[in-house]
Write a protein that binds this ligand. Structure first.
Ligand SMILES: [Zn+2]
Length: 313
């Protein structure tokens, strides 16, 4: 079954360690590799630009990671940059032969409010943007920022400019106030690329039931993530915990809005049985053992395909 994965941090790792190679064997430092995507039958992988603390958050730092996607990943045979509906069909459609990379930005910090930088990243393929990582920036507060403020005036105009350009808004990491302001402001469906259900695991990065319902009613998408402490607070997380979060979102009416956003290469502890994209087959089998095949197809990539097809230009 073809897979879509809405979040990984391989670009950030490649940026920090120039010795890492995309076409190296699995287990050689990168979770997401050409081999891993092939083993897991991943048709679409989102690659986030993420600039860690301690690195200057400048347009240059974001552009350098976008360039790494082009230089190290898109140069591999059979890899396609996903910018349009046609690209989505080419990598997730029934006759898909290629694999696709979707360029995303996790936290608008590095843009520093510079609209030329947003437009240039869009030209390089940027199609999804999260306003914040965990802390506050010029656009909005993140979920770990104690004051819990929402969008700034500049953040509001960033949302509008992204929608005009055809860049999807990602509400993973955003403060709760920021989430609700985005929901009110957004003219187009938006998504949480990597977040789980807070009712199933009480981590602030997870979504409340009201937030999940809002994403569903906005015709959005929720990428269930494999970060172990977003799945399970009490013991090591396993595939059964992923199934619990799937069931919870289904019970809230979200069966047609579930996708996956692994966070591979952004984590250093793993959910048991989910150590890299090659393990998507084990997750697919576990879901098929409990759910009808059309639903599972939707979760593995059908819902993401529909969302991207409806919302990319
Ligand atoms: Zn993240």
């Amino acid at each position: 079954m073809r897979i879509a994965d809405l979040h990984c941090d391989a670009l950030s790792k490649l940026d920090r360690d120039p010795k890492l190679t995309w076409d190296g064997p699995s287990g050689s430092g990168l979770d997401v590799t050409a081999e891993g995507l092939a083993n897991g039958n991943v048709g679409l992988q989102a690659f986030a630009i993420w600039v860690p603390a301690g690195t200057a958050k400048t347009p240059e730092s974001a552009l350098r990671q976008a360039e790494l996607l082009h230089e190290k990943i898109l140069s591999a045979p059979g890899m396609r940059l996903v910018k349009s509906r046609a690209d989505v069909d080419a990598v997730l459609g029934p006759d898909a032969a290629e694999r696709g990379a979707l360029l995303t930005l996790e936290g608008a910090d590095a843009l520093r409010g510079e609209r030329w930088a947003l437009r240039l990243l869009h030209r390089l393929g940027l199609r999804m943007l999260g306003l914040t990582w965990n802390e506050a920036n010029w656009a909005c507060d993140g979920i770990m920022e104690p004051r819990g403020a929402g969008l700034t005036k500049e953040g509001r105009s960033l949302v509008a400019e992204c929608e005009a350009l055809g860049i999807l808004i990602d509400v993973s990491h955003i403060s709760e106030k920021g989430f609700w302001e985005t929901a009110e402001l957004a003219r187009k469906p938006f998504l949480a690329s990597h977040a789980n259900a807070r009712a199933q695991c009480p981590h602030p990065r997870n979504l409340t039931d009201d937030q999940i319902r809002a994403l569903v009613s906005a015709n959005g998408l929720i990428g269930i993530t494999f970060v172990p402490f977003f799945l399970q607070a009490l013991r090591p997380a396993g595939i059964d915990d992923v199934l619990r979060h799937v069931d919870h979102i289904c019970a809230l009416g979200g069966a047609n809005h579930i996708a996956f956003g692994s966070d591979f290469d952004g984590i250093d502890t793993y959910t048991l049985g989910l150590a890299g994209p090659g393990d998507y087959s084990a997750l697919t089998d576990a879901l098929l053992a409990r759910h009808a095949e059309p639903l599972v197809r939707g979760w593995m990539s059908g819902n993401a395909r529909r969302f991207l097809t409806e919302n990319l230009k």
